[in-house]
Design a protein around this ligand. Structure first.
Ligand code: AMP
Ligand code: MG
Length: 496
C-alpha cells in the first residue's frame, strides 16, 4: 500500500537528486585544476529543461521540477557529493599559440554514474575562476539558449556532441556589447578534456602530468590503445579517426562551428563549445559564420583542414610520449582516409544510395558544385530531394534552382544512378539522412527575443523539433522554411 509520505518524497520542492558521484577527473590531482564553488546568481528561473536527457541520465523523475535543482544547477547551492573544480588547459587560437586558458567560466561539478555510463556535469557561466583572465565568468542568456538548443540539435542529428540538461537564467546584468542578463547551461559529457589539456602540460614541459592525462584518457575512453605497440600513438590515431568522423558529420549537415581552436576540440571527438556556430542557409562553401573571424580561417569548407591542423597540434603535444616522429605522423595519416570515406558514406545516404558504386564521388562533387553555383538552401534541397519520384515529383526541387539547365543535367545523372534502387528503400534512407529541422540562426534568434521577455515557450518548441529532426512534425512547417531576409543581418561574434 502507498503511504501518504511516499508522495512527499517526490513532492517537487523536496526532491532529491540521489546522484552517485565518482569524480575520477579530480583524482588526477591538483596540477590539473583549481577547486572552487560556483558564484551564486540572484533569483534564478528556468529557461529550458531537457527532460528526455534527465531520463537518460536516470535522474529522479521530478528532480528537474524542484527548487533544489534550480538552485543547484544555477550554482547557488551545493549538491552533496559534488566536488566543483575548474580545469586548466591551453591552446592555439586562430592559429596562434595562446598559452594558458582553462575553464574561465565553466565549473565541473563532478562525475556521476548514469545509465549512459559515467557522465561529467558542468555548469557553464557559473562565475569567475582562476582561469577567467579578463572575463567575468558569466554566460549570457542569448548564448546559453543557443548552446542548449544546438547541443540537442546535434545529438538529434546523430552527431557526436556534449549534451545539455538545462538552462537557468537570472536578471543579474552582464556586460557584453550591451547589457544582457546572466544564464547558466548545465552540460554533460563523458569528459570535457580538450586537445588543449595535452598542449598545456606539453608546452610547460611537464611530462609526468602529460603521461598521467594520457593514461587517464586511454584507460577510461580508449582502452584498446593500452594493448597497442605504441599506446600514445594509438591514442593519437583513435582521436584522429573520431575527429574525422565528426568532421564528416558536420560537413554533411552543413554545420559551421565558428571557433575551432584547439581548446575547443574534444579529445573524445565530440562537438564542444557552441559559440558563433551556424547551420548553412544558402549553400556557400566559403561561408564564415563568426563575425570575429576576419581571415575566414574557420569557413565551412576549411573546417576539415582546420581539424587536421588541430590534430597536428595534439600530435606535437603528445610527441614526448611517442618514441619517434614517424609513429606520430603515421597516426595522423589515418585522418586522410577516414574523413573522405565517412563524408562519402554520409553523402551517399543523403542521396539515397544504399551501396557504393564507382561514379558516386563524381556525383557527390557535382551535387556540391550545383548547390554552390545556385546558392540553394542546403537543408531544404536535401529534404525536398527525398520526395523525388514519390508524391511530390521533381518540380519542388527544380524550383530551387535558377539555372534550370544545369539542374536538368544533374537530375539526369542522378536519375540514372538511382534507377536500379528500390524507391521506397531510397526514400526511407533519405528521410533518415536529411533533416527537416535544423537550428537556423533566425529560429534561435526568435526564441531568444521571446525569452528575453520571459516567454520560454519557443525554447521548448524548438527543443522538441530538434530532438527529432527527421520526423515530419505536422503543423510545424514554419520552422522548416526558408530563412527570412533579416536572417542575413544576424551578426554572431565570439561574444557570449
Ligand atoms: P571560447 O572561445 O568561448 O571557448 O573561450 C576561450 C577561453 O576564454 C576559455 O578559456 C573560456 O573559459 C574563456 N572565456 C570566455 N568567455 C569568458 C568569460 N565571460 N569569463 C571568463 N572566461 C571566459
Ligand atoms: Mg572554449
Amino acid at each position: 500500500m502507498r503511504h501518504l509520505t511516499d508522495s512527499l518524497a517526490t513532492e517537487p520542492d523536496t526532491a532529491q537528486a540521489h546522484l552517485k558521484w565518482v569524480n575520477t577527473f579530480a583524482g588526477l590531482g591538483p596540477g590539473f585544476f583549481s577547486e572552487l564553488a560556483p558564484s551564486p546568481l540572484p533569483s534564478p528561473y528556468w529557461v529550458g529543461r531537457n527532460r528526455a536527457h534527465a531520463r537518460e541520465l536516470g535522474l529522479e523523475e521530478h528532480w528537474l521540477e524542484s527548487a533544489e535543482a534550480l538552485a543547484a544547477l544555477t550554482g547557488n547551492q551545493p549538491l552533496p557529493g559534488a566536488r566543483p573544480l575548474a580545469g586548466v588547459y591551453s591552446g592555439h587560437q586562430f592559429g596562434v599559440w595562446a598559452g594558458q586558458l582553462g575553464d574561465g567560466r565553466a565549473l565541473l561539478l563532478g562525475e556521476i554514474e548514469t545509465p549512459l555510463g559515467p557522465q561529467e556535469i558542468q555548469l557553464k557561466g557559473a562565475g569567475r575562476t582562476p582561469y577567467s583572465r579578463m572575463g567575468d565568468g558569466r554566460a549570457v542568456l542569448r548564448s546559453s539558449i543557443r548552446e542548449f538548443l544546438c547541443s540537442e540539435a546535434m545529438h538529434g542529428l546523430g552527431i557526436p556532441t556534449t549534451r545539455a540538461l538545462c538552462v537557468t537564467g537570472s536578471d543579474a546584468p552582464v556586460r557584453r556589447e550591451e547589457i544582457e542578463t546572466a544564464a547558466v547551461v548545465t552540460r554533460t559529457a563523458p569528459s570535457f578534456i580538450r586537445f588543449g589539456h595535452f598542449e598545456h602540460f606539453s608546452y610547460r614541459n611537464q611530462p609526468e602530468q602529460l603521461r598521467a592525462l594520457a593514461d587517464y584518457v586511454i584507460s577510461r575512453f580508449y582502452p584498446a590503445c593500452r594493448d597497442a605497440r605504441q599506446p600514445y600513438a594509438a591514442l593519437l590515431q583513435a582521436v584522429s579517426e573520431r575527429t574525422a568522423r565528426m568532421m564528416a558529420a558536420w560537413q554533411a549537415v552543413g554545420f559551421c562551428h565558428g571557433v575551432m581552436n584547439t581548446d575547443n576540440m574534444s579529445i573524445l571527438g565530440l562537438t564542444i563549445d557552441y559559440g558563433p556556430f551556424q547551420f548553412l542557409d544558402a549553400f556557400d562553401p566559403g561561408h564564415v559564420c563568426n563575425h570575429s573571424d576576419e581571415q575566414g580561417r574557420y569557413a565551412y569548407n576549411r573546417q576539415p583542414n582546420m581539424a587536421y591542423w588541430n590534430l597536428f597540434c595534439l600530435g606535437q603535444a603528445l610527441l614526448p610520449l611517442i618514441d619517434n616522429q614517424e609513429d606520430a605522423l603515421a597516426a595522423l595519416e589515418s585522418y586522410k582516409t577516414v574523413f573522405p570515406d565517412a563524408l562519402q558514406a554520409r553523402m551517399r545516404a543523403k542521396l539515397g544510395l544504399p551501396d557504393e558504386q564507382p561514379g558516386d564521388k563524381a556525383l557527390i562533387d557535382s551535387t556540391f558544385q550545383l548547390l554552390a553555383a545556385n546558392r540553394v538552401d542546403y537543408t531544404i534541397f536535401w529534404r525536398r530531394l527525398c520526395g523525388l519520384s514519390t508524391q511530390s515529383g521533381h518540380e519542388p526541387v527544380r524550383d530551387l534552382f535558377f539555372d534550370r539547365e544545369s539542374f536538368n543535367a544533374w537530375l539526369l545523372q542522378y536519375s540514372e544512378r538511382i534507377a536500379p534502387v528500390d524507391s521506397a528503400l531510397r526514400a526511407d534512407l533519405m528521410l533518415k539522412s536529411n533533416p527537416k529541422f535544423v537550428l537556423r540562426n533566425h529560429l534561435g534568434e526568435e526564441a531568444i527575443q521571446a525569452a528575453k521577455l520571459k516567454d520560454f515557450s519557443q525554447v521548448d518548441t524548438l527543443l522538441a523539433l530538434l530532438q527529432a529532426p527527421f520526423d515530419e512534425h505536422p503543423g510545424q512547417d514554419a520552422f522548416a522554411g526558408f530563412p527570412p531576409d533579416w536572417a542575413a543581418s544576424i551578426a554572431i561574434s565570439c561574444s557570449s
